[in-house]
Design a protein around this ligand. Sequence first.
Ligand SMILES: [Fe+2]
Length: 563
Amino acid sequence: MYVLGIWDGHDAGAAIVRGNKVLMAVNEERFTKNKLEVGFPVESIKCCLSYLKINPNEIKHIAVNTSDVAKTLTRLLPRVKKYYYLFRRRKLKPSFVNARREFKYKITEFPPNFLSNAITKSYFKKELERLGFKDFELYLVDHHMAHAAAAAFTCGFDKAVILTLDGVGDGLSGSVNLFKDGKIKRLSGISAKASLGIFFEQATNLMGMRELEDEGKLMALSDYSYKIPDEKNPLLKLFWVDGLTVRTKYSTWKRYRILQDLAWRTPHEDFAFMVQKTLEKHTLQLFQNAVKATKARNVAWAGGVASNIKCNMLIRKYSGLKEWYVFPHMGDGGLALGSALYVNNIVFKVKRVEFKDAYLGPDYSDQEIRNALKSHKELKFTKVKDIASRAADAVCDNEVVMWFQGRLEFGPRALGNRSILASASSKDVKDKLNVQLKRRDWFQPFCPSLLAEDADRLFENVGRPDHFMTMGYMAKPEMLLQVIAVVNVDNSARPQMITDENPLYRRLLERVKERTGYGIILNTSFNIHGDPIVNTPEDAIKAMNKGGAKFLAIGDYWVEAKQ
Ligand SMILES: [Fe+2]
């Protein structure tokens, strides 16, 4: 009883669930190499079917989502989608930018209607039949319900308040839901016009960054401002929280103009601070109201805004909250799985799925890895007995190691299967990584992976371990030297805490601990600046060559560049 979930918008992808298991979930960018790829995810679907050895005929339930007017138009006119993608990534500058922007804001606020639903269903039927699917039931899931389902069915709580906050989808920018007895009940929707996500996107754009991609940079930059008092922050008044919803008196376009005016006369870091503070204040208020109204003290959340770890950290510290959970693929890239989980619940009454880790993509055999290595004469490689220890020793000797193991991670974070590893206590490794491989802005921090049992020694108020790098924690001041390469200027970090979900990676951390006394390393995604995370052995080798890296640990092979 498989359910296939599909998302064809920003960060398109596919997922297959059966019973209480997520069998596979992947995103199209990993195959096409266009970051956050848009469009019908042919390669993701094919990969799921071939990896799981399933014939399209075996899949009788297919979940798709989002049928608002703007999304439907991009299905009818795929060129619009590609054009917008290039514009958003700042690869193309169109004429009449302001008029186009204003039009975009207006059209994306229209909710679905009878016609857009019908067009969307017919579009998906045609595309799926082209791939060999037939005699299947097609379910159209609401955008925010798909986000909510992703959080609800993977969180492990019996009862929880589920919040979603993003830019816009199906006429809404967020929702508050109660998850109880395996059912999601929507308590409120937040209008597209009062979108905190679009607000943050607009500010990102006005800083010369890419909206829907560089919001984390804006958040990191905000730490470099002095603490501007609330009465001097005009942005706080753009929104207010009213019970279980967010309100505004401005149109989305008017708000863009207000932000534009402020950005023009404000230093970048101060502007970033005011924007971040506005997001934090209203989001926290909404969460507090939701907890009080539902008396559900466990909270799970998803949607693009949930990637803001500083905001998440404030929510975690709210005293009314007992347990928290952030769905690891919080943005639209998680919608394929979210919609599959929703249909899995509606049709097969599955109330929760196992979700211990996010290693849900393809993996590659020893033979496939060996064949890829053999075709590259510029590399020398040897098979080693204990690849984890070899990589750990190199990291402890202040080397940078590319690490490729097991199944590809699902979501924006590398979680120890497609990672670039380095010492967490090295003062110069950040510059070394940036010059050589990542070319990130100087103010963007790197993140750590650590043994969960070491988390309390290094960070404050840890509580239960976060396996997915979704939460901010403050480093203990006396431990700063141990984590100097993986904290931001305010000493916050976004750590991945490992228990038993990845034994090989755990072994590597244990070896680092033997050498240094602390099981912690710097873990950044295995990609070269601007590219998606690598998927295949060939991708890994190409990235190694492109970045001029010295060491790659792939499967059991220790690979060194000859030059
Ligand atoms: Fe969304």
